[in-house]
Design a protein around this ligand. Structure first.
Ligand code: NAD
Length: 394
């Protein structure tokens, strides 16, 4: 065995606080980090429905001056990243607190690093391009999906290139992640479904990726089990228990993602989501069954584990039967969440398949992490299958 190939890298936030009402601790956690001026990053929707109020009050209660930046839009653009940098640099802030979905948390990360890293944010898009740590940041998710509160990534949309890219650096990790399931109670079913599918895709892709390792595998399998069990009820009913487990599952999946990385599923999702304005989680959820099926020959040892985590008993079934059962379970999950299973159902044109397939292969960072090599023909066939749906679609 060549042990030099077994090189693992783990990066997590300095502190993670998980639990119902944990968001009340934001003021005291901020106090431990020090300073007096907070830039609170959120979006106008969350301000309107009151999700941010208690967080702001907790900070004010500890004597902080709080300035609110609430201009974050879903799937934030690089232009928005430049705007938050301008706001963060315009005053002397000691701390950034992000309260929102992945879009908000990613912009909060950018606010933090913009204070200490000069120039346009665009020049930091890539891997390890930041030169200094940012000012301290506390991240508090209000969706159960991206896991951004525990990852080292901020995703930005490059509208001119109809694509997404990311700033990846250990400096993007939060100082404190506070995960309070209560902050997700107000999510409407549509957002519960799309964000939950994003979390599931993190877990399954982290398990498939070539960088998967003993720590990320444990986290990924654990989160697959939690998410597959609780996402349907969280979508249908949105009760406290399923919300609790979805917050936990998405956080654990985010940790797996941060250590192992996404692969083919995210590359597929990025190849059409910006052009067709499809929410991140929906594009990842639709891509996941097809990415799994394509990769199955390269991850045969993982198939019984994934099946087991999804509640499929592997006993007495061949690997082929298990592979098919996992594929069908992923498709039926989309049905349970009223999410389309085919690109044609998202309005993607047949004559766009070729272009999407070409674009897929441009996401080299994700493609290189995939356990199975993807040829141009594979890409075309894969996107075609996603467009029309598999023959045996349930
Ligand atoms: P989002 O942040 O884009 O939010 C979508 C909508 O849901 C917004 O209108 C928001 O106001 C609303 N919303 C959020 N929480 C709510 C609540 N509790 N109640 C009611 N409405 C609520 O959604 P998201 O899926 O969490 O984030 C997507 C973004 O995160 C994408 O840009 C994606 O690329 C990125 N992402 C980042 C990472 C990472 O590690 N940094 C990982 C995956 C995805």
């Amino acid at each position: 065995m060549d042990l030099s190939e077994k090189f693992y890298n783990f990066q997590f936030p300095r502190k993670i606080i998980f639990g119902v009402d944990s968001s009340r601790k934001v003021g005291s956690e901020a106090k431990i980090l020090g300073g007096s001026r907070v830039l609170l990053v959120t979006d106008s929707n969350l301000m309107r429905i009151g999700v941010v109020k208690d967080v702001e009050d907790s900070l004010l209660g500890e004597g902080f001056d709080v300035e609110v930046f609430s201009d974050v839009e879903a799937e934030p653009s690089i232009e928005l990243a430049e705007a938050v940098a301008e706001a963060a640099r315009a005053d002397r802030y000691d701390l950034v607190v992000g309260v929102g979905g992945g879009s908000v948390l990613d912009i909060a990360k950018i606010a933090s690093i913009s204070v200490t890293n000069p120039g346009p944010i665009r020049k930091y898009v890539g891997v390890n391009l930041l030169v200094r740590p940012g000012i301290p940041k506390i991240l508090m998710p209000t969706t159960a999906g991206t896991g951004s509160e525990v990852t080292n990534v901020a995703v930005v949309t490059l509208l001119d290139e109809e694509t997404k890219s990311a700033i990846i650096s250990p400096y993007m990790l939060s100082d404190v992640a506070i995960v309070d399931p209560k902050l997700t109670y107000s999510m409407p079913p549509r957002i519960t479904a799309s964000t939950g599918l994003d979390a599931l895709s993190h877990a399954v892709e982290a398990l498939m990726a070539v960088n998967s390792n003993p720590i990320s595998n444990g986290l990924a399998l654990q989160s697959i089990e939690i998410i597959v069990r609780h996402l349907p009820k969280s979508y249908r009913v949105g009760d406290e228990e399923s919300r609790f487990y979805m917050s936990l599952g998405s956080m654990v999946a985010g940790m797996a993602l941060s250590s192992s990385g996404a692969c083919l599923g995210h590359a597929l999702a990025y190849s059409f989501s910006v052009t067709y304005k499809i929410p991140h989680g929906i594009s990842c959820g639709l891509s996941l069954p097809y990415a799994f099926k394509f990769n199955a020959p390269a991850i045969r040892h993982r198939i019984p584990q994934i099946a087991w985590a999804m509640g499929i008993d592997p006993k007495g079934r061949s690997l082929e039967e298990l592979e098919e059962a996992v594929f069908i379970r992923l498709l039926t999950l989309l049905d349970e969440l009223n999410v389309p299973k085919r690109l044609i159902d998202l309005g993607v044109q047949r004559n766009d398949v070729e272009r999407i397939a070409r674009k897929l292969l441009t996401f080299t960072r994700l493609i290189q992490r995939n356990p199975r090599i993807i040829s141009e023909d594979d890409a075309r066939n894969l996107v075609m299958e996603m467009w029309s749906g598999p023959d045996n679609i349930p």
